[in-house]
Every structure is written in C-alpha cells, then in structure tokens.
Design a binder for this molecule. Structure first.
Ligand code: NAP
Length: 240
C-alpha cells in the first residue's frame, strides 16, 4: 500500500538541541596571522600567545615577521605570509583593505583547506572622519570567500582596539566578538578561539552576506573613540 498525504507518518526523531556554548577545544591548533607585523595582527598574536596558543606571525618579508615575533616572545614565530599560511590551522587575515585581494589571491594554494578568519574593515577616511566603503563582493569577508573557494572563510575580530590588545598592563579584553560564516563547525572554532582570550566572548552573528554591517560598524566605533577618547568595544546583551 502506498502512503498518501492523509496517512499519518511516524514522527522523525527530534535532533537534540546543541548548546551554543558547547564549543570545541582549539588549544592545540596553530594560529597564523597574515600582516601580523601591524597593530591589529601583532595585538591578536600577543593575546592568543599569552593565552597559550601557538602563533605564527606572517609578513611580506620573513625578517620583519621574525623581528616582531622575537619582540613578542611567548613562543611566537615569524615567517613570510606563505609559510605562515602553510604551517597554520587557522589563519587570521590582518592586512589593510588595500592589500586584501592581492594578498589572498597570491596565497590561494597555501590557504586551501584552512580555516580563514577575516578581520578586515574596508574603510575610507576624509576630513569628516571614517566611513564604510562598499566592496563589489559585498564585504571584505565575501571577497575573501570568492577568492578562496577551497578555504573555509569566516569573519571575526573586527571591533577590537589594537591599542588595548597590545598593552600588557590590560589583563582582560572586555568585548564580544561577532563571528560570521557559512558552516557552524567553523564559526564554533572561531568562537572558541575568541574565548581563549580573557574577557572576550565569541558570538555567532550570521552568514557572510551580513558581514558588511559588521565591518562597517567600525566607522561608528572610530567616531565613538574620537568623541569620548576611548577604546570602545561591544557587548551583545541577553545572550548567555
Ligand atoms: N588597528 C585596529 O585597531 C584594527 C581593529 C580591527 C580590525 N582591523 C583590521 O585589521 C587590518 C590590519 O590593521 P592594522 O591597523 O594592523 O594595519 P597596518 O598596520 O597598516 O597593516 C598590517 C600589516 O599588513 C602588511 N601590509 C601593509 N600593506 C600591505 C599590502 N598592500 N599588502 C599586503 N600586506 C600589507 C604590513 O606588514 P608587512 O609589511 O610586514 O607585510 C603591515 O604591518 C585592517 O584591515 C583593519 O581594518 C584593525
């Protein structure tokens, strides 16, 4: 007998709801930072290494990366961007927007299969202050995804103050980190990575098509910082 839409169907077993805070252990993963000689990359490298993560700083010139790594200590290593990408499990992209596409295009092979975390904010500056640029692909993160079809591209760490990250006297980085991406397994890993830094919490904030707002919000934070002489972070309320 064939069943019709009127025939009662057995209920599919319900999948147990996964606790969103049940995040993987990332402590054994190697984190590379492309453009890690700059303020943001160096700051992230410092915080992650201070939390016990193995970190490799990348640069267009290996010797600049090695010098920055030596300054940081904490077991941080330096290499050119290609070697940094090759040797890392998770690769944070911390180069200026101007060099974003060219850098990623040149590292497509080394980044294949890697979890890429883009923190690039495409911004312009004029006498009125900072403003959001509109990348053709929608956002820096979507540009990365388009250029790196064989990588797992996510976006996070946009709203951090490099000043606070780099200040050894600051014990905790008091902020949430919005994490975006297409695969839950990948965004979970990035949330877990953010959570390694004391005070920081990684929050899932949607797919890459919504990365533009997250990247653009930095223009607002820069206005906040200028007005209040602050290093503002962000908290998402009622999420626990
Ligand atoms: N600064 C912040 O507070 C902050 C916060 C959140 C997100 N971000 C984002 O993080 C990224 C880096 O910011 P940053 O302030 O650290 O920038 P940065 O100091 O100007 O640049 C970072 C590094 O990128 C490399 N670089 C410079 N021009 C490049 C190019 N054309 N192509 C490839 N590599 C280049 C340089 O390293 P080598 O010369 O050694 O290769 C430089 O040290 C930006 O996209 C920014 O939007 C910054």
């Amino acid at each position: 007998m064939t069943s019709t839409s009127d025939t009662p169907q057995p209920e599919a077993p319900k999948k147990p709801v996964k606790d969103p805070w049940d995040l993987p252990d990332v402590s054994g993963l190697v984190v590379g930072v492309l453009g890690g000689t700059g303020d943001q990359g160096r700051g992230l490298a410092y915080r992650l290494a201070r939390a016990g993560q193995k970190v490799i700083i990348g640069s267009r010139a290996a010797e600049r990366a090695q010098a920055a790594a030596e300054e940081l200590g904490l077991g941080v290593e330096g290499a050119d961007n290609a070697e940094c990408a090759r040797r890392s499990d998770i690769v944070i992209v911390a180069v200026p927007w101007d060099g974003h596409a060219k850098t990623l295009e040149s590292l497509r092979e080394e980044l294949a299969g890697k979890l890429v975390v883009d923190c690039v904010n495409p911004l312009g500056f004029d006498k009125k202050g900072a403003y959001a640029l509109k990348p053709e692909e929608g956002s820096a993160a979507e540009q990365a995804a388009a250029l790196l079809p064989d990588s797992r591209v996510t976006a996070a760490f946009h709203h951090l103050s490099a000043v606070l990250l780099q200040d050894p006297a600051v014990e905790e980085i008091d902020t949430d980190v919005m994490v975006l991406g297409e695969a839950r397994a990948d965004t979970d890993l990035v949330q877990a990575l953010a959570g390694r830094i004391p005070g920081m919490r990684g929050i899932f904030a949607g797919r890459l098509r919504n990365a533009h707002q997250v990247e653009s919000l930095v223009a607002n934070l820069i206005s906040v910082n200028r007005r209040y002489k602050a290093h503002a972070g962000l908290r998402v309320t009622d999420v626990s």
